[in-house]
Design a protein around this ligand. Structure first.
Ligand code: DQA
Length: 144
């Protein structure tokens, strides 16, 4: 069971972003938690983050060869990147869309997600724990 977590633009500076929205957790802390949850759930996880859209698309393509599930938080790209949507559309494994903050209760433009209909599940506004929920979902799906 192999899962890739694809964090996108500006998630490298997570710990510096508004703690009321993002919980004050750094990307390193978040990834440490994700690896702990993965070991509790007996799955292998690879966490990746980039601020380069082309690199993110490349990692979506790479996931086609080995991942049993994908957790994607493309950051602001979520709201407009058809390039990332096209890449994620190639997946045949479960995709979970995660947002740390509650995008549905922020600015109007954040309510649009160009990947929402590709996702088997969306986890929104649950803070860093949203990644655990996403991982649990993918593990449960693999048992079906
Ligand atoms: C985010 C929400 C996006 O609107 C924002 O641009 C981000 C982070 C989240 O995890 O809450 O960078 O995806």
């Amino acid at each position: 069971m192999q899962v890739v977590v694809l964090n996108g633009v500006n998630l490298d500076v997570l710990g510096r972003r508004d703690p009321k929205l993002y919980g004050g957790v750094s990307l390193g802390d978040l990834e440490t938690r994700i690896y702990e949850w993965a070991s509790q759930l007996h799955c292998h996880v690879r966490c990746r983050q980039t601020n380069n859209e082309g690199e993110y698309v490349g990692w979506c393509h790479d996931a086609l060869d080995w991942a049993d599930g994908v957790i994607a938080n493309p950051g602001a790209w979520t709201h407009y990147s058809y390039a990332i949507r096209d890449a994620l559309e190639l997946l045949t494994v479960p995709l979970v869309e995660v947002h740390i903050s509650n995008v549905d209760e922020r600015e109007e433009w954040r309510r649009t997600s160009v990947i929402a209909d590709l996702a088997a599940k969306r986890v929104i506004g649950k803070g860093p724990d949203g990644y655990r929920e996403a991982l649990e979902f993918i593990v449960e799906e693999s048992k079906k």
